[in-house]
Design a protein around this ligand. Structure first.
Ligand SMILES: C[S@@+](CC[C@H](N)C(=O)[O-])C[C@H]1O[C@@H](n2cnc3c(N)ncnc32)[C@H](O)[C@@H]1O
Length: 305
């Protein structure tokens, strides 16, 4: 039996972080392509009529004149829509640890009316990267890469104005479990050993996620409200799923972990196997469906209740 089967959700999530290592973030975000494939596929194949970005914007409820901080801004996919709603008086500071992502964000987010300061830096050193406090602090999908979440929650609180709020978006650990199931079944079908499979992620990771986020954030903030966003990606063609799986998610994280450790044709065989399995599901059911579970936490410094 896989040792992962006996782990709690938190242990499993921590285990994936240890597998992927501190350098993972640089390898995964050295190039903006995988993230943009994930984002564009999400928008194109979603079932929820509201985009995730619009859901986040509803929660932020901008007046447009805020001082806003985006931590882990990535390629600016969300920041772009946020910035488009700013007006005179508003300003943005955007931080990311990966210089390539920040360069992509600079190209994607360039509105004349919203001054933006770009900072390459580690969110865990937030206090030394920014001055003063912000009306809105936004951190979308960064806790996948933070092994110890509580200090970062406290750092967000420290840079949030007394009348401001912090917005944290996360993906649930069980999100897209259908993709991981097909991936694991296909790994076994192409002959991967159980010990090799045990050293790979079997699902999403995140030290702060949908199941524990409210509790962790309440340790730092006076009041936390959760705004869930449930969605499904509905694939009616194999090619779109394969782009999402192989190029977007790099074979559920197996590619960076196994490169150089498996035969040259391993990922070609895996791709063929996954593609055939998903093809059969689409032939039988009409679609291949991935359940998505996300939540936006809105956090206020004081207890507003
Ligand atoms: C999944 S992406 C999300 C990007 C963007 N927030 C979005 O939702 O579209 C995570 C981003 O967090 C950045 N990141 C990861 N760890 C970080 C850290 N310790 N400090 C700053 N940025 C970090 C990565 O480089 C990446 O751009």
């Amino acid at each position: 039996m896989s040792s992962q089967a006996t782990m709690s959700r938190d242990e499993r999530s921590g285990y994936y972080m240890s597998l992927l290592g501190a350098d993972y973030v640089h390898s995964h975000f050295g190039d903006a392509t995988p993230l943009s494939i994930q984002q564009l596929t999400q928008n194109r194949y979603r079932r929820n009529p509201t985009t995730m970005v619009d859901h986040i914007l509803d929660v932020i409820d901008l007046s447009g004149t805020e001082r806003l901080l985006d931590v882990g801004c990535g390629n600016g996919f969300i920041l772009r829509d946020v910035a488009s709603r700013m007006r005179a008086g508003g300003s943005i500071t955007a931080i990311d640890i990966a210089p390539g992502m920040l360069e992509a964000a600079k190209e994607n987010v360039n509105f004349q009316w919203a001054p933006i300061e770009w900072i390459v830096g580690d969110a865990r050193e937030l206090g030394s990267l920014v001055d003063g406090v912000f009306d809105v602090v936004m951190a979308n999908y960064i806790f996948h890469y933070i092994p110890d979440p509580l200090p970062l929650c406290k750092a967000f609180r420290a840079v949030t104005a007394a009348s401001g709020k912090t917005i944290v978006t996360v993906e649930g650990l069980d999100s897209m479990h259908e993709m991981y199931q097909v991936h694991l079944d296909a790994l076994r079908a192409v002959g991967a050993s159980e010990s090799l499979i045990d050293g790979l992620p079997h699902g999403r990771r995140g030290s702060l996620s949908t199941h524990n986020g409210a509790q962790l954030l309440r340790s730092a903030f006076g009041s936390v409200t959760e705004y869930p966003y449930t969605d499904a990606l509905v694939f009616d063609n194999v090619a779109a799923f394969m782009e999402f799986y192989a190029a977007g998610h790099r074979y559920c994280g197996a590619l960076p972990l196994l490169e150089g450790r498996v035969e040259a044709d391993f990922f070609d065989r895996l791709a063929k196997e996954v593609s055939e399995r998903v093809g059969r599901i689409i032939s039988n059911d009409g679609v291949f469906l991935l359940q998505k579970e996300n939540t936006v936490f809105a956090c206020w410094p004081e207890d507003t209740k």
